[in-house]
Design a protein around this ligand. Structure first.
Ligand code: ARG
Length: 588
């Protein structure tokens, strides 16, 4: 089904073709939501730019366009305002017909894409040497939300965990495993790290303090790289354990990921460098192999190299990402690859993308995106740390989210005194994890944000608790009205009369358009903003003073129509939150 703005675009385009001939099809109709409902629901700003081109007054162009328009049942006759805005007010009867058409649709009007793509989303991707910490939160949550939406649209998505499982730090970890747990080689299943973070710290401290250990660690790196079976075995044992930790977190967050770490691309690295050299795209400078790409300069304005082999002969992050790109296009047949990392890695990706295109590994029709996000800050607006100044482990953060949610819920409402401890614990789990995800997703991607428990757990405002509460409340209306929403007939005629009812209907109908925008721009906060706006429109609708009666509305046809609006609100909230990776509660 076409969304309303798409239909208006088509109407304006028709008028443009009428005015300009076939050229009119090329002009962007510039359809936007109006800022002020006084002027209607949507506006087209096309007349202003066109006027210049045609040497006419914008208002005259607008008038000509309006005269050529056929809005059918969609809106009242368009009006012209200000310098030449064309305003559209959607007819309630049209809104009702649109909603009637999607009332039985589990996708709520959201079409499947006509041309599904094979898309790789590379997200989370922690370095295995350390335990997952707050720095991995955003990539994990944002990546999952983006993957969910693309999957929902009908794309074939491969979720890849490009973990950092290779590099010099593994030498020191292997050596530390070998010395602290000597029976690991015979009994790898006995290997266990309760605390990866301190394991890493211990190894690092020894590495810095004890030259004998440091030498052994360096030898372990060489052993590992040359395929020595013992070093290899210990490395595997370590990575397996570290990945197990990571997957405990993913499972808790309801996130699926396929592990394919940097080491997977190891055998391909020499070939990467060789081909760049053979093709004359790489040069040696001070012993390193460098690719110089047009448009990339350093601070002094000089050319900035992409180093693909270090002067010590080792390969790096760049080499691995080039090998990965090639593999993803060639073997995985990706038509699009999306990387979700900290914004500070932008240049790394831009350079890798440019290099991979220059050598022809990524053809023009394969789209590459880097989604860069801002930092998570503490209350002091500095990178978020524990009170003692250490890194905040993701596991601890999630535990705290759930226990804080439990405290908020206990303090906030008496009604739950009848709930069992299990029921309360489940509410705390969903609210706590939902709060962390929602807070992250509701911020503009590229801005840093302050991680603040009180804000994210507030019952009021653009938060998970508010949204979950809104959902549970809508669901409870059905129960109080004695109606199973699901068993309402699929072809209920809808009656939209009251202002608040019309406003709610308009919000409901924006859903599929918002999803399309989120997927086009890869900006999940557009969806949280929308869901928040929807629940506010619902609050007004359900308010006895500002809105309408629902449970005791008369006649029955109106009551049923309003219950259907409740049902559509609940389903939209549930599906929207689901696409963000947030569970809902039937009772809260
Ligand atoms: N392991 C990297 C880090 O922790 C992120 C990897 C992102 N993916 C990639 N293909 N480079 O910063």
């Amino acid at each position: 089904m076409k969304s309303i703005p798409e239909r208006i675009e088509a109407i304006v385009r028709q008028a443009l073709i009428h005015l300009l001939g076939p050229d009119g099809a090329e002009v962007d109709p510039l359809v936007r939501q109006t800022q002020d409902p006084k002027f209607g629901d949507y506006q087209s700003n096309v007349a202003m730019g066109l006027a210049k081109r045609l040497g006419k007054k914008p208002r005259d162009v607008a008038a000509e366009l309006v005269a050529a328009m056929d809005v059918g049942e969609l809106s009242e006759p368009p009006s012209i305002a200000g310098p030449g805005f064309i305003n559209f007010r959607i007819r309630p009867s049209f809104l009702a017909a649109e909603l009637e058409a999607i009332q039985a649709d589990p996708r709520l009007g959201m079409p499947q894409v006509a041309d599904p793509q094979r898309i790789i989303v590379d997200f989370s991707s922690p370095n295995l040497a350390k335990e997952m910490h707050v720095g991995h939160l955003r990539s994990t949550i944002i990546g999952d939300a983006i993957a969910r939406l693309l999957e929902f649209e009908g794309h074939d998505v491969l979720r890849l965990n490009h973990v950092g499982d290779w590099g010099t730090q593994f030498g020191m970890l292997i050596q530390h495993v070998r010395e602290t747990q000597p029976d690991v080689l015979e009994h790898p299943e006995r290997f266990h790290i309760d605390d990866l973070e301190s394991f890493y710290r211990e190894a690092k401290a020894r590495f810095d303090a004890d030259s004998e250990f440091a030498d052994a660690a360096r030898r372990a790196v060489v052993d590992l790289q040359s395929g020595d079976p013992v070093a290899r075995r210990l490395w595997e044992v370590f990575c397996t354990e570290s990945l197990r930790h990571a997957h405990e977190i993913y499972e808790r967050l309801g996130i699926r990921l396929v592990d394919r770490g940097e080491s997977f691309y190891n055998p391909m690295l020499p070939q990467v460098v060789a081909e760049f050299q053979e093709r004359g795209l790489a040069v040696e400078a001070e012993g390193a192999v460098c690719v110089f790409l047009p448009g990339f300069t350093n601070r002094e304005g000089g050319p900035l190299p992409l180093i693909i082999r270090k002067s010590d002969g080792g390969y790096n992050y760049e080499t691995t990402d080039l090998a990965a790109l090639r593999h993803r296009v060639d073997v995985e047949k990706a038509q699009r690859v999306i990387y979700i990392t900290d914004i500070r890695q932008r240049q790394h990706f831009e350079m890798c993308f440019a290099a991979a295109r220059a050598i022809g590994w990524v053809p023009d029709d394969v789209q590459l995106d880097h989604v860069g996000f801002g930092m998570v800050l503490g209350p002091d607006r500095r990178p978020f740390k524990t009170r003692e100044g250490g890194t905040v482990k993701l596991k601890d953060l999630l535990d705290e989210a759930v226990s804080r949610a439990a405290a908020v819920i206990d303090a906030e409402d008496e009604r739950r005194s009848e709930m069992s401890p299990e029921e309360k614990a489940e509410i705390a789990r969903v609210v706590g994890l939902g709060a962390v995800k929602y807070a992250d997703l509701s911020h503009n991607l590229t801005s840093d944000y302050v991680f603040d428990w009180d804000t994210m757990l507030a019952m009021d405002g653009n938060t998970a608790p508010y949204m979950l509460y809104a959902y549970a409340r809508v669901r409870s209306i059905g129960r109080r009205a004695g109606v199973e929403f699901d068993s309402l007939p699929a072809d209920l005629p809808l009656v939209l009369e009251h202002e608040s009812e019309i406003a709610l209907a308009k919000e409901l109908l924006r859903f599929s358009h918002v999803l399309q925008q989120v997927s086009a721009d890869l900006r999940p906060h557009l969806l949280t903003d929308y869901l928040y706006g929807l629940s506010r429109a619902f609050s007004t609708f359900y308010d006895r003073d500002r809105g309408v009666r629902v449970i005791d509305a008369e006649p029955e046809s109106v009551r049923l129509s309003r219950l259907r609006l409740c049902d559509l609100t609940a389903r939209t909230l549930r599906l929207g939150l689901h696409l963000l990776g947030i569970e809902v509660l039937e009772q809260m």
